[in-house]
Design a protein around this ligand. Structure first.
Ligand SMILES: NC(=O)c1ccc[n+]([C@@H]2O[C@H](COP(=O)([O-])OP(=O)(O)OC[C@H]3O[C@@H](n4cnc5c(N)ncnc54)[C@H](OP(=O)(O)O)[C@@H]3O)[C@@H](O)[C@H]2O)c1
Length: 212
């Protein structure tokens, strides 16, 4: 069956790769850097949704807890956590009208390990991880909800936020001794999409950077 899929943050990186992975045979609605009002307007485009991928996100700024200002904390949580909560809420009626609908949230290995240079980013992704399990329970059995926690992926994300020195440290902490391509995360989206008995799960795709 042709699925109707909404993916946020598809201009580059993991979102763009996920769009390419999921495009064949499906109808895609792609979002990047827009407002929540557009999620409302989605109602005019489709009468149901099979998959929502809450992918848009970013570090905003690397700062220690001593330096960070309230406005920056608000911006980080708005981009990574509040947007995920609100987009989910806004398209819930479309998902309820879909066939075997599901939600996939993009978090980060940082929410597992903590991040001294991006404490609020890691905390905002932790909020999304907890949100994932909460709504997996409250939306069951009709809607499945899972998340993916990527390690270091080669995307414009690190051009914006990470120094060469930090990248070297991340590589040293990764047993597979390399970073991943965005397509390797897109394949995890496909895996979750096809895994009909999975809900409330967090899939760690991080080259061994975090194990449990
Ligand atoms: N790359 C990594 O190593 C890594 C690791 C762990 C988790 N992640 C997570 O994976 C997701 C995708 O990241 P990526 O690596 O693919 O980064 P990316 O290439 O920088 O893509 C980020 C996407 O989010 C969108 N976005 C950024 N700020 C936005 C805003 N204020 N409003 C709406 N959209 C906004 C961007 O849109 P515009 O281009 O239009 O601004 C872009 O499409 C993020 O949630 C990120 O936290 C990435």
């Amino acid at each position: 069956m042709q699925a109707r899929i909404l993916i946020t943050g598809t201009s580059t990186g993991i979102g763009a790769a996920t769009a390419r992975e999921m495009a064949p045979g499906n109808t895609l609605c792609l979002h990047y850097n827009s407002s929540e009002r557009e999620a409302d307007q989605l109602h005019q485009l489709t009468d149901g949704l099979e998959l929502l991928v809450n992918n848009a996100g970013g570090v905003v700024q690397r700062e220690s807890i001593e330096e960070i200002e309230w406005e920056t904390i608000e911006e980080i949580f708005t981009l990574n956590a509040f947007s995920t909560f609100m987009v989910t809420k806004l398209v819930l009626s479309l998902l309820r009208a879909g066939h075997h609908p599901q939600i996939i949230n993009m978090t980060s290995v940082a929410m597992r390990t903590g991040s001294p240079s991006a404490v609020m980013y890691a905390a905002s992704k932790g909020a999304v991880d907890t949100f994932t399990r909460g709504i997996a329970k409250s939306l069951a059995p009709h809607i499945r909800v899972n998340s993916i926690a990527p390690g270091v992926i080669v995307t414009p994300f690190h051009e914006k936020y990470t120094s060469e020195e930090q990248l070297e440290q991340f590589r040293a902490q990764t047993p597979l001794q390399r970073f991943a391509e965005p397509a390797e995360i897109a394949r995890a989206v496909r895996y979750l999409y096809d895994s009909t008995f999975l809900t409330g799960a967090t899939i760690d795709v991080n080259g061994g950077m975090y194990m449990r």
